[in-house]
Write a protein that binds this ligand. Structure first.
Ligand code: BG6
Length: 513
């Protein structure tokens, strides 16, 4: 059913101009969970509202609930009312709700998958008219295995011209370490080919993140200076002001290094550091990203103590309000050694980047939510201006603001007006809001659409995930081996002092954000 578009702006027109997906059923495991309610349901609704879901789409929820389709629809409506951010439009809702189906069952019961097969066959007959299915695992990793085997065992992973395609979306965390990631990959490959598997890293769906390659490679002026000859250091900050919220038990197992560094932060690094791919397609782009992960200079043994800082927030102020420390959060053990902050200095063993430090940091309960990547340029060979003044002029910085104030800023020195040689930093600014309209689309909208279209460029590949774990594993191993306790930092601060020392030692500074 064609529905009038929600909004008109060039960014959304961009999504709309893409190839439209074939008719398909989207099967969501974990329809009672947070991810489904906060992210998937609003994104699916928006895609539908913009006419981007395929005609005859269906969304089949699978969960351990004794619901019928009506109760499932009520739950989905509740999620939309709470998390859409805009009022739900009744005429849109009616059309959207018509595609919702429910399949009750335990994830480890073969009967569930037999029943799911029936629901899919019936739905296909009634409205989808194709055998295409997208399975979305929006569940905790502990139930990935029974679901994957359940689907495979019931022959629901089949894919071929005569019965349509099937694809499977796996959420992060993808494994707990290299060994478990390899096992998970092996399990998936028992039933699905690599090109049927979509490992989500939602940072890759963010508009600003996708723009990194466009910025680098669709413009003539940046790439020639994008290397060790001109760049002094690169900084990637992914700061959050929230604490662990209700996710204490998950976070206790993960910590910031598994939750953020292994995936989101290393993905950002890969896009900044990779070589230009031979084409913008899933094979070429991911080939180059994997090379970056493999070129990360390993941090092993005492290198970890020197180059990685582990922190944990204690009580403090968040936007002026007193907040609990990590160990007082629900589901967190007193005396927990889990880190909520990581800062590290890494090098890439490549011709382009040899000797250029990449400083990475991420943390919860930082002063604000901000994700920024900055490239700091070397000083000019001769300082002609501003002599006799304190310190050298500030270096040029190119900063990509991933969120929340999406844009790109170039900082350079300008002469202060008047009879003076003084140089003062000024900024050239590009803001998405100003140039393209109000809102960028949700990362999940773009990613779901790509799964339906069959484009896995923005998803992580088996070898990439394993290579990223290959870098992270020895760091975690060292922490466990020597019992490195995270350094406390006050909630609402930029992390422990050791994070400052990490850059200070190199006579550099974190960018003030
Ligand atoms: C998730 C992490 O992958 O990313 C969370 O598990 C984190 O801990 C979230 O809060 C951050 O995502 P965003 O899009 O809000 O920056």
């Amino acid at each position: 059913m064609a529905v009038e578009a929600l909004e008109e702006n060039p960014l959304r027109a961009g999504l709309r101009s893409r190839r439209k997906p074939d008719p398909s059923a989207i099967v969501v495991f974990g329809v009672t969970g947070d991810l489904t309610h906060r992210k998937l349901v609003p994104s699916l609704y928006r895609l539908y509202a913009e006419g981007l879901l395929p005609a005859g789409f269906a969304i089949v929820g699978v969960a351990r609930r004794d619901w019928d389709d009506g109760q499932f629809r009520d739950t989905i409506r509740g999620a939309l009312d709470e998390f859409l951010g805009d009022p739900v439009r009744e005429e849109v809702w009616q059309g959207f709700a018509a595609g919702l189906r429910f399949c009750p069952g335990e994830f480890d019961d073969p009967e569930t998958y037999r029943r799911l097969g029936e629901v899919l066959a019936k739905t296909s007959e009634e409205r989808v008219h194709s055998g295409n299915r997208l399975y979305y695992l929006a569940v905790p990793p502990s139930v990935y295995a029974p679901i994957i085997d359940g689907l495979g065992g019931a022959d629901l992973g089949r894919d071929g011209a005569s019965h349509g395609w099937s694809r499977i979306v796996v959420e992060k965390p993808f494994g707990h370490d290299g060994a478990s990631a390899r096992l998970l990959n092996a399990r998936l490959r028992r039933w699905f080919r690599e090109d049927q598997i979509y490992r989500i890293d939602h940072y890759l769906g963010k508009e600003t993140v996708q723009n990194i390659l466009v910025f680098r490679l669709a413009n003539g002026i940046f790439e020639p200076v994008w290397n060790r000859q001109y760049i002094d250091n690169v900084q990637i900050t992914v700061a959050e002001d929230i604490g662990v919220e209700s996710r204490g038990p998950y976070y206790e197992e993960a910590g910031a290094i598994r939750d953020m560094i292994q995936n989101h932060v290393l993905q950002l690094l890969a896009l900044i550091a990779m070589e230009p791919p031979v084409a913008f397609d899933a094979v070429a782009v991911r080939d180059e990203k994997v090379k970056v992960f493999r070129s990360l200079h390993p941090l092993i043994g005492s290198d970890v103590d020197r180059s990685v800082v582990r922190g944990q927030y204690s009580t403090g102020l968040s936007h002026g309000e007193p907040v609990a420390g990590y160990q007082q959060e629900e589901g967190v053990a007193e005396g927990s050694l889990t880190e909520t902050f990581v800062a590290m200095r890494v090098f890439l063993d490549t011709w382009r980047w040899a000797g250029v430090p990449f400083y990475l940091r991420t943390g919860k309960r930082m002063p604000k939510r901000v994700t920024e990547i900055s490239l700091q340029f070397k000083q000019p060979p001769l300082l002609l201006f501003g002599r006799g003044m304190r310190g050298a002029p500030e270096p040029n910085v190119l900063a990509v603001q991933v969120q929340p104030d999406e844009g790109i800023t170039l900082k350079f020195g300008s002469k202060v007006p008047g009879p003076t040689e003084r140089v003062h930093p000024v900024h050239m600014d590009f803001r998405y809001g100003t140039s393209f309209g109000e809102k960028t689309s949700e990362a999940y909208e773009r990613l779901i659409l790509d799964c339906l279209i069959g484009d896995s460029t923005l998803f992580t590949r088996d070898d990439g995930v394993e290579a990223a774990w290959g870098f992270v594993d020895p760091i975690v191993a060292r922490w466990y081996a020597v019992g490195t306790a995270p350094a406390p930092y006050e909630a609402g601060s930029w992390g422990p002092d050791a994070a400052e020392d990490l850059v200070d030692r190199d006579k550099r500074e974190w960018r003030r954000l």
